[in-house]
Design a protein around this ligand. Structure first.
Ligand SMILES: C[S@@+](CC[C@H](N)C(=O)[O-])C[C@H]1O[C@@H](n2cnc3c(N)ncnc32)[C@H](O)[C@@H]1O
Length: 265
């Protein structure tokens, strides 16, 4: 018999004969958690995101930094439209997946569906929705978009066309809610959160540019920040993943007038 591999001390098959064909399977290579997490096609997508996403330029002297800042504006604009307003990383995806566990995750204002796709690749059950108001069809439509920005809706993942609060009501069985860069000039975030009855919220963005004060007050009142994950960000932006768990829930809160939804008398 050929020399035994080092991890085998003795081999005896059921007939009591040493037999190479009966060798136990070699121990598997220690699993690389990132390989488990990211299938090959997704790994390529992450490489693309790194290539087209924000560039590290911290060490530059001031004039060069200013030039870089200006260059990054057009790169960012393209990235926002084609990928996402926040730059996902494998670590952020893993953290969100671990937080959400086996809950169904509803994303509202999902745009291209990039985050939904990456989360679904690691086993999260995701439903992505967006009202399509920022989706560019023709150049004319693009110019009339409320923000002046456009997104390629559903580029990475099926995105149902429905407004935020309607999506929450339609998918009332989803226990976790995802909001990535909800606009600050429209009430998407507070409307979706007010209608939501689940217990986990994933909010991604920069506080100074997303959602509104009603949303912030609601979070401060009824939600507990559990963890944050920092993300690569564009110059002047501070993008972070915030993981929240519902802190209090009772009928008096459910009935509390929401100035955003109930006109004040
Ligand atoms: C800043 S973009 C962010 C898109 C996506 N989350 C991302 O990170 O790329 C805001 C998105 O919210 C959507 N949106 C705006 N108002 C909405 C509403 N009332 N209901 C649902 N989606 C809305 C827009 O169509 C747009 O796709």
């Amino acid at each position: 018999m050929d020399q035994l591999p080092p991890w085998v001390t003795s081999v005896t098959d059921t007939n009591g004969r040493p037999d190479g064909s009966m060798l136990p399977a070699p121990p598997s290579e220690p699993e690389d958690p990132r390989r488990l997490l990211v299938p090959p096609a997704t790994a390529e997508l992450f490489q693309e995101i790194v290539r087209l996403g924000p560039r590290e330029r911290d060490g530059l002297w001031l004039p060069a930094r200013l030039v870089n800042y200006v260059r990054e504006i057009s790169r960012r604009r393209r990235f926002l439209r084609q990928y996402s307003w926040s730059v996902p990383t494998p670590a952020a995806i893993a953290k969100i997946a671990a937080f959400v566990e086996d809950r169904r995750l509803l994303e509202v204002g999902a745009g291209s569906g990039l985050w939904a796709k990456l989360l679904s690749e690691v086993g999260v059950t995701v439903t992505a929705t967006d009202d399509g108001s920022w989706s560019a069809g023709t150049e004319g439509v693009k110019k009339s978009l409320p923000s002046g920005f456009s997104v390629d809706r559903g580029r990475f993942y099926p995105v149902q066309q429905v407004d935020g609060a309607g999506a929450v009501r339609r998918h009332a069985d989803h226990e976790a809610l995802l909001l990535c860069w909800p606009p600050y000039e429209r009430p998407l975030a507070i409307e979706a959160l007010s209608a939501f009855r689940g217990d986990e919220l994933v909010y991604i963005g920069d506080w100074k540019c997303t959602a509104d004060d009603f949303f912030r007050v609601e979070l401060a009142t009824a939600w507990q920040l559990v963890e944050t994950v920092s993300l690569p960000t564009w110059p002047g932006i501070n993008d972070t993943v915030y993981l929240y768990r519902r802190r209090l829930w009772n009928e008096s809160i459910a009935r509390r007038p929401n100035p955003h939804l109930t006109p004040l008398q």
